[in-house]
Write a protein that binds this ligand. Structure first.
Ligand SMILES: *[C@@H]1O[C@H](CO)[C@@H](O)[C@H](O)[C@H]1NC(C)=O
Ligand SMILES: *[C@@H]1O[C@H](CO)[C@@H](O)[C@H](O)[C@H]1NC(C)=O
Ligand SMILES: *[C@@H]1O[C@H](CO)[C@@H](O)[C@H](O)[C@H]1NC(C)=O
Ligand SMILES: *[C@@H]1O[C@H](CO)[C@@H](O)[C@H](O)[C@H]1NC(C)=O
Ligand SMILES: *[C@@H]1O[C@H](CO)[C@@H](O)[C@H](O)[C@H]1NC(C)=O
Ligand SMILES: *[C@@H]1O[C@H](CO)[C@@H](O)[C@H](O)[C@H]1NC(C)=O
Length: 364
């Protein structure tokens, strides 16, 4: 593109003048300002299944797919926020000029798309005390200041691993980051990304391990109102090298960030895939009473045995019960699109139960 044209377009965009509202009513382009006391934070990865979300619950949608103006208009009509995805290579934003440029770009993009904030999703390894460590903290602080100033009422959230203890070598300054933004989305899943014991298939998010890790965040004196609990609407499908009599499935050694094996030996499967596969399994749904999670074994067309670990309403609600008891900010899931939203009555019922399980076991 001609440089002058580029400069012209960016200045046009940042003044936010040539952009017209895509919604049927212009007031639907107004950013959401109200604070809701309970967050239901949905990651949307694209497509149109958002039309089937339970919109009476949803408060924020983080759009990780292509921008969909129809989704923005609909969310606003329900009083829900729509936020951008923010991801950047940390080595690039150690430099203050680059960091400011990134933030300016994002806030301008949010404005021209009538969006209500940003979800910062940096899942990179960071060493404590490194230039990237400080730059990340500054990035969150400066992004929050800029968004709050430029889009009043906007929300800045930051995604953290299931535990603050340098999981996946993400040794961030969790306390300062929590102080500097509106909320932390705790990704309470992929908890087998660094398997240090036996290389065997285990639950994506065992109940006790998950809840103990919230206690670790709270012990850092991070306010409960800063924490949104993220639950998985997916599981892991592991090919077993060997399956013992008592259902122990050995998995291939795939190292990750210093650990000899990891969940990368398996494949992520959506809840809708799992609900179909469990019916064609060797075992049907089994329940592990230590990890408090469902699983099953199946044989694929090549004769390979697999073990699938996942979450359903029964395992999810035992985690979400903790939200009320500890006064956390809310709940969310990765991701909203992967239930079976078809009209089939069985699928519909499963979908309703999964949404309700976000509010604990009384509703599940
Ligand atoms: C949606 O959630 C509300 C609770 O916020 C619940 O009362 C309602 O039954 C749910 N709708 C469906 C279709 O499940
Ligand atoms: C600034 O960011 C660009 C990528 O956008 C990168 O190529 C460049 O090296 C960065 N500059 C500095 C000084 O970090
Ligand atoms: C599979 O497990 C059984 C029971 O633990 C063991 O005896 C056998 O050696 C294992 N086979 C392989 C190939 O690891
Ligand atoms: C969703 O459910 C319908 C009806 O049970 C089924 O035909 C379809 O294959 C399911 N889709 C997925 C992705 O599981
Ligand atoms: C799976 O089995 C259950 C219980 O037998 C049944 O209700 C359901 O329709 C089946 N689902 C699919 C996708 O076949
Ligand atoms: C989970 O933790 C609680 C308290 O920390 C303990 O009483 C319980 O036995 C544990 N359950 C399992 C299945 O490990």
């Amino acid at each position: 593109m001609f440089p002058f044209l580029f400069v012209f377009l960016t200045s046009l965009m940042s003044k936010n003048c040539a952009v017209s509202c895509p919604c049927e009513r212009s007031d639907l382009c107004h950013q959401i300002r109200d604070e809701r006391n309970f967050e239901v934070f949905v990651f949307d990865v694209g497509g149109k299944t958002w039309k089937s979300y339970n919109w009476s619950m949803v408060t924020t949608v983080a759009t990780f797919g292509k921008y969909d103006p129809e989704l923005m208009c609909h969310a606003h009509s329900k009083g829900a926020r729509v936020v951008l995805k923010g991801d950047v290579h940390l080595t690039d934003i150690v430099d203050q000029y680059n960091r400011t440029r990134w933030i300016t770009e994002k806030v301008n993009l949010a404005k021209i798309q009538f969006m209500d904030g940003i979800n910062i999703d940096i899942e990179q390894a960071v060493e404590k005390g490194s230039p990237e460590y400080f730059a990340l903290t500054d990035l969150v602080k400066e992004t929050t200041e800029t968004f709050h100033r430029e889009i009043p009422g906007s929300q800045v959230s930051f995604d953290v691993a299931w535990s603050p203890k340098c999981i996946d070598k993400r040794c961030y300054d969790y306390v300062s980051i929590a102080d500097s933004c509106d909320l932390l989305f705790v990704m309470s899943y992929d908890e087998q990304s660094q398997i240090l014991g036996d290389c065997i298939a285990m639950a994506n998010a065992p109940v006790n391990q998950t809840l103990n890790a919230y206690q670790q965040y709270l012990n850092l004196k991070i306010a409960p109102k800063k924490l949104v609990m993220g639950v998985p609407w997916y599981g892991y499908d592991y090919p077993c090298l060997n399956l013992t009599q008592d259902d122990i499935c050995s998995i291939a050694k795939v190292p990750f960030r210093g650990a000899p094996c990891s969940d990368a030996a398996g494949k992520q499967r959506s809840y809708s895939w799992i609900m179909k596969q469990v019916n064609d399994s060797l075992t049907g749904r089994l329940w592990d009473s230590e990890q408090l999670a469902p699983y099953f074994n199946y044989e694929d067309p090549n004769g390979q045995i697999h073990q699938v670990w996942y979450d359903d309403a029964e395992s999810v609600c035992q985690k979400t019960d903790f939200i009320k008891s500890k006064g956390l900010r809310g709940v969310g899931m990765w991701n909203g699109n992967i239930l079976n939203y078809s009209d089939d009555p069985v699928a519909k019922q499963q979908t309703t139960i999964m949404w309700n399980a976000l509010f604990g076991c009384d509703l599940a």
